[in-house]
Design a protein around this ligand. Structure first.
Ligand code: GLU
Length: 327
């Protein structure tokens, strides 16, 4: 039987925070309790936002939390050949075209058509820009993959698609209504998140993707890319998001909730692990939790029960005080 493999895939663009700790500790616990192996991939394709400091921070945070992995850590930017081969493959199937239009031009072309629901994807800049099929070039030279310095899009077939999530059950949406033809290659000469994540997960034999719920809709789009590349879908586990009191997903602006700042303020990894168990419905915020305790407590059952009651996990000032109180 093929091995079960998961991965940790931080983008080294800022310090890791409590949201990452939640997601990486859950991934680690599921993996270690069930004999899955864990790969570490630093998703550093956005050269303008990635930094060596953030890479070192990610490694420091994982070690601090007690999260280990199997094999050597990888930099996504080291896989340029693999990414280009995937592009050639998609081009050979007639699915790729050059799309030099600016965001403003796409918006203008779309004026008067209904707006899709707001959605976000990492490394794609702002809210997703839906690219209408009417802007696809006519058959000819603009189809294929010849100029790496040009944006390319994947012709996305219309129609609702359903994926299965281990925690949320089935999720159905029409990716062509949300993304239109999604950006798949960027004029900076690198694949977009949506292509790179699929190509690298397939190459690493990833069978289980555990990550935040903000990417649940992206999984539907990723199923289109997986199919276009002839791959097999992983099992997806989308975890509830960690938010601040204003219900905003934790991000760079929350530096006080970065693991580095919390540890400087007195937080311990044992308490962060205890918080993860508490969020999973196991006990009060009291004492510390070991790695073994975490692996026993973060079960698929506990996570499924959690998503039936909560879609968000809020970091309140009380929680921060508790994390940082002297031991
Ligand atoms: N690198 C992405 C992020 O930090 C994660 C992508 C994924 O897990 O698919 O948000």
């Amino acid at each position: 039987m093929a091995p079960t493999v998961t991965r940790l895939a931080p983008s080294p663009t800022g310090h890791l925070h409590l949201g990452h700790a939640w997601s990486f500790l859950c991934t680690w616990a599921l993996a270690r309790a069930n004999g899955w192996s864990i790969r570490l991939r630093l998703e550093d394709l956005d050269a303008s936002r990635s930094s060596v400091d953030a890479r070192l921070d990610a490694l420091w945070c994982l070690a601090w939390l007690g999260v280990d992995w199997d094999g050597e850590p990888e930099l996504q930017s080291a896989h340029a050949d693999r990414h280009r081969r995937a592009m050639d493959d998609l081009a050979a199937r007639g699915l790729l075209f050059q799309a030099p239009q600016s965001r403003a031009q796409v918006r203008a072309a779309r004026a008067g058509t209904p707006e899709p629901s707001e959605a976000n994807a990492p490394n794609e800049g702002d809210a997703i820009l839906r690219f209408p099929a009417s802007l696809r070039p006519p058959p000819g030279a603009a189809w294929g993959f010849r100029d790496r310095a040009c944006n390319h899009r994947l012709a996305c077939p219309p129609g609702a698609r359903t994926i299965h999530d281990e925690l949320h059950g089935d999720r159905t949406l029409d990716p062509s209504m949300v993304w239109g033809d999604p950006l798949i290659w960027m004029k900076a000469g690198v694949p977009s998140y949506q292509l790179a994540v699929v190509v690298d997960d397939l190459a690493a034999g990833v069978t289980d993707v555990v990550r935040g719920e903000d990417l649940l809709d992206s999984a539907v789009l990723q199923s289109v890319v997986i199919e276009a590349l002839g791959g097999t879908r992983p099992r997806w586990w989308h975890l509830p998001l960690v938010v601040d009191e204003a219900d905003r997903r934790l991000a760079k602006r929350h530096d006080a909730l970065s693991l580095r700042s919390l540890s400087a303020a007195g937080a311990t990894p044992g308490r962060v692990r205890r918080l993860v168990l508490h969020w999973c419905g196991m006990g009060n915020l009291d004492g510390e939790s070991s790695l073994d305790g975490l692996a026993r407590g973060v079960t698929p059952h506990a996570l499924r029960s959690l998503v039936t009651t909560k879609t968000r996990l809020c970091v309140t000032p009380d929680i921060v005080r508790w994390l940082c109180q002297g031991s």
